[in-house]
Design a protein around this ligand. Structure first.
Ligand SMILES: [Zn+2]
Length: 432
């Protein structure tokens, strides 16, 4: 049993400071929501980074603005600006880092409130990014400020980063910074990412992803005489059939020991992300009669820590190669788009234990340990930064992320800020 329980410094002043700053927490969340950092294309990063950085600078942080030059999507029109703010106490000790992504997805249709208005109603703050994850980012800032203002003597270093492009893979954000040592020991020891995973849950990792595009080929001909051509769409239907009969049932039987939540995501899965064959879409008028000579499908395969990426790929390739042998005229190409290995931190690790302990103190109920169905920036901290002691913990309901009328509860934000402050205090005082 780690000594985290014993290591909590006197924390009452911090908790009451945070409770007294509820309005400030709401205002900061609203200010962040009102900067529409939509990605793609990656708008407003500079303004958002400066809002956080200049605020923390007044609290003694050194704020660095780092443009991820050369990252996908980075341009003078849409610079990928990242903020890293660091405050050293002057006494030796570990570094606790809070990392929040600044980008949000596009609002989409179906909103009944202004997605960038930051409306406060019935103890909820509404807006695109409210739960994913400007509410969490604001909670971590208020947590750290309260720790500093409480007068508790804490050794070590606190860091807060606001990063770009999480929604598009994190290559212009955490990955870019991790490649430059910003997420590696000895600079950083413990990382908390305030993604919206519910206020009483500690998220220790996520499943893996493999995206690929499969293309089947045919031969173009007049649509009135399809026997003179060879339909790439019919070839693709054979692929879909083998996925239905041979692949999906097998995936559904593979269940992970990872505590993935919701439970439905605890097995392996495959989504057909898109499918297109024949003439292009998006034109007015009637099509010409043609046999399709190309059909393309993008698959999104989510896999478990018990599976290897190589096995995931060769399973799909094996089914396609069977079709090459069995089906006259069948041929295909496969293009890999994206792959991320599953990742899982040690649930007995320092940051997971400290956060779980803080949850039970603040909420009066035990923390739940989970893994996320989808990936987030922990993958880069783990793979590139080689730092295992990283979790996601933050306010907000994951199901609301990317939805219309997204919101975050004020009570949840306050509770999460308390948990984050307590967890950071415990990690700093326990030493390296
Ligand atoms: Zn997020």
């Amino acid at each position: 049993m780690p000594d985290s329980a014993a290591a909590f410094p006197p924390i009452e002043p911090v908790l009451s400071l945070i409770a007294a700053r509820e309005d400030e927490l709401v205002a900061l969340t609203q200010d962040l929501i009102r900067i529409p950092t939509i990605n793609p294309p990656g708008d407003g990063y500079q303004a958002c980074a400066e809002l956080i950085g200049e605020r923390l600078r007044k609290r003694g942080f050194e704020a660095s603005y780092l443009r991820a030059e050369g990252a996908p999507g980075d341009s003078d029109r849409y610079p990928r600006i990242n903020l890293v703010a660091r405050r050293e106490s002057g006494r030796p000790g570990p570094c606790v880092h809070f990392n929040g992504h600044m980008d949000v997805v596009e609002p989409g249709a179906g909103w009944t409130v202004d997605p960038f208005g930051g409306l406060l109603k019935d103890a909820k703050v509404y807006g695109r990014g409210a739960c994913d994850m400007k509410g969490g980012l604001a909670a971590s800032i208020i947590a750290v400020e309260a720790l500093l203002d409480s007068g508790i003597e804490l050794p070590g270093t606190l860091e807060i980063s606001g990063t770009a492009d999480e929604e598009s893979g994190g290559y212009g954000g955490v990955a870019w910074l991790a490649e430059r040592g910003f997420f590696s020991p000895p600079r950083v020891d413990h990382v908390i990412i305030p993604e919206p995973l519910n206020v009483d849950r500690v998220c220790i990792g996520h499943r893996g992803v493999w995206w690929a595009e499969i293309e089947t080929r045919g031969r173009i001909a007049h649509g009135s005489m399809p026997f003179l051509g060879d339909s790439a769409i019919r070839h693709m239907s054979a692929v879909l059939e083998t996925f239905e009969h041979d692949l999906l049932p097998a995936l559904g039987l593979r269940r992970s020991a990872m505590p993935v939540a919701p439970d439905g995501a605890r097995t392996s899965s495959l989504n057909i992300n898109s499918l297109h064959g024949g003439q292009g879409e998006g034109f007015e008028g009637l099509p010409a009669p043609l046999v399709a000579d190309s059909c393309r499908m993008v698959i999104d395969r989510r896999f478990l820590i018990e599976e290897s990426l190589d096995a995931v790929k060769s399973e799909v390739v094996g089914l396609l190669d069977d079709l090459v042998r069995e089906r006259p005229g069948f041929n295909y190409t496969l293009r890999e788009l994206f792959a991320v290995a599953p990742t899982m931190a040690d649930r007995d690790g320092a940051v997971a234990m400290a956060t779980a302990e803080a949850i039970s103190r603040v909420l009066g109920r035990p923390a739940q340990f989970i893994c996320s169905p989808g990936t987030y920036d922990q993958k880069h901290v783990d793979r590139i930064g080689k730092l295992k002691d990283c979790i996601a913990y933050g306010p907000g309901v994951l199901d609301l992320a990317h939805q219309p009328d997204e919101w975050v509860g004020v009570d949840d934000m306050v509770a999460a800020a308390k948990v984050m402050a307590l967890s950071a205090a415990a990690l700093l005082t326990r030493g390296r």
